[in-house]
Ligand binder design. Structure first.
Ligand SMILES: Nc1nc2c(c(=O)[nH]1)N[C@H]1C(S)=C(S)[C@@H](COP(=O)(O)OP(=O)(O)OC[C@H]3O[C@@H](n4cnc5c(N)ncnc54)[C@H](O)[C@@H]3O)O[C@H]1N2
Ligand code: MOO
Length: 369
């Protein structure tokens, strides 16, 4: 009996401990990393009221004005003195009646208008984006405490697999699944510890997995058919299996286990199953390692064509969102040359086909960049 996708995700959330180790990195290395602590503003920005125009300073004491003569000048960004009633921009000096000048703060940026001292600029567990860099740089924060990067090992399982620099012989298949997942993992902020492959015997698989040290998670691809070694190993130890089979299509054969304390996601070998399974389960694993909640950057849109439903599983449907609608891509088992034409995917509900124009939630591959 396959686990529902929501139960599989709940297992990941409850059984995998987020990484705790923190390190200090320079500001520009913090981009895309996960903050290990809340960051509070050291001082207010702007630190004092500043002018937003080149113009003249009108003190309260000068009101009512009879002339602009004798007023002190100020440049954009200049400190506005206390007791300033308003700033008159230079362009207005020749057209505006001095008697009409009244106190007004529209050209004055108040102290702390952007950032107040003590304000939380970055939450613990938040991913640092380019505009967080703005706030951190504005505070002169040149280093940041971030969670150590997740290190993931990608292992292709199958006697037919070879590495990309090897010369192929008849029946050989390049380990493209592992390379693709490593590239996607990098986009998701996880470092690639190693990309390797092993033959489909219990001994070879256990030796390969057992030799992986200093990794936070392992993701395997292949050997998940009923008669294959990886599939059977999940029933007999030493891997501790949390689930085996998820009600999603493709990648319904996906499993999660632990090798000692290291989580291992087992994806099927057929490329569409492997890669789309990674988008859902592999991505959830990486999020969990970083202590992040649900997927970010979801886009509500409509489907540009009808989508069939699976009777017992949710479907992972890759496709292209053109800004107006989601165009599902037809896929078949084992396809390779597909996701390069897609910019994301949707998840459908079990046994619920979608008509053209029905609402869907688009999950962009770029949400992770
Ligand atoms: N009789 C049945 N056959 C199959 C069933 C079934 O229920 N009954 N399930 C199918 C489903 S669903 C899936 S998914 C696959 C799972 O197969 P495996 O996980 O055992 O995949 P492999 O046999 O290892 O590989 C399949 C095929 O995919 C290519 N491949 C594998 N690994 C890689 C890699 N790392 N990089 C690139 N390409 C890879 C390769 O062509 C393999 O031959 O089983 C169905 N069969
Ligand atoms: O269940 Mo397979 O695992 O369709 O992709």
């Amino acid at each position: 009996m396959k686990l529902s996708l929501s139960d599989a995700l709940a297992h990941i959330a409850s059984c995998i401990t987020p990484l705790q180790t923190a390190e200090t990195v320079p500001l520009m290395k913090a981009f895309g990393r996960i903050s290990a602590e809340p960051v509070l503003a050291h001082f207010s920005v702007p630190p004092f009221p500043i002018s937003l125009r080149d113009g003249k300073i009108v003190p309260y004491g000068a009101l009512p004005l009879t002339s602009f003569e004798g007023l002190a000048s100020i440049s954009t960004g200049g400190r506005v003195p206390e007791n300033t009633a308003c700033i008159v921009e230079n362009e207005a000096l020749s057209t505006c009646d001095p008697a009409s000048i009244v106190p007004e703060d529209s050209f004055i940026k108040a102290q702390g208008e952007d950032i107040t001292k003590g304000e939380c600029l970055v939450q613990k567990g938040q991913k640092i984006g380019p505009f967080d860099i703005t706030n951190l740089a504005s505070q002169g924060m040149h280093t940041l405490r971030v969670i150590k990067e997740a290190r993931i090992a990608y292992v292709g399982i199958g006697d037919e697999l070879i590495d990309v620099q090897e010369a192929p012989k008849t029946g050989h298949i390049y380990n493209s699944n592992a390379y693709t997942m490593a590239a996607r993992g990098e986009m998701m902020g996880a470092r690639t510890a190693t990309i390797t492959h092993t033959s489909d015997t219990p001994e070879a698989i256990l030796a390969t997995l057992g030799a992986l040290h200093n990794v936070d998670a392992i993701i395997t691809s292949g050997g998940m058919s009923a008669q294959d070694a990886m599939h059977s190993l999940l029933d007999s130890g030493p891997l501790r299996t949390l689930f085996k089979g998820v009600a999603m299509a493709p990648a319904g054969l996906t499993a999660l286990s632990f090798l000692d304390t290291t989580p291992v996601v087992h994806l099927p070998g057929l490329p569409m199953s492997s890669l789309l399974g990674f988008e859902v389960i592999g991505a959830a694993l990486i999020r969990q390692l970083y202590g992040m909640d649900e997927a970010q950057g979801l886009i509500t849109t409509i489907t540009a064509s009808s989508i069939k439903a699976h009777p017992y599983s949710q479907s992972i449907v890759p496709g292209f969102f053109d800004g107006r609608a989601f165009h599902p891509k037809q896929i078949a088992a084992g396809m390779i040359n597909v996701l390069n034409h897609c910019n994301g995917f949707i998840l459908t509900e079990t046994n619920r086909p979608l008509n053209t124009g029905e609402g869907v939630t688009f999950r962009s591959f770029l949400a992770w960049s």
